[in-house]
Design a protein around this ligand. Structure first.
Ligand SMILES: [Zn+2]
Length: 65
């Protein structure tokens, strides 16, 4: 099983991950609702996408976990 993605890496890439996800959802969130800042802050679908982007960014940067 894959190791849990460490919180410090998530924090490190979080802002960039949110930026990428925001760019992919200019109008509608991944869950189908309107992608307002207030919504995406509390949406679990959006949050899991951000985590996925953080993993990709970390991998691309050569981070190991
Ligand atoms: Zn959503």
């Amino acid at each position: 099983m894959a190791k849990e993605f460490p919180t410090e890496l998530l924090n490190k890439y979080y802002a960039r991950g949110v930026e990428l996800c925001d760019a992919e959802t200019p109008m509608v969130c991944y869950c189908g609702r309107l992608a307002t800042g207030l919504h995406t802050m509390h949406c679990s679908r959006f949050a899991s996408k951000v985590k996925y982007k953080c993993k990709e960014l970390a991998k691309a940067a050569g981070e190991v976990w």
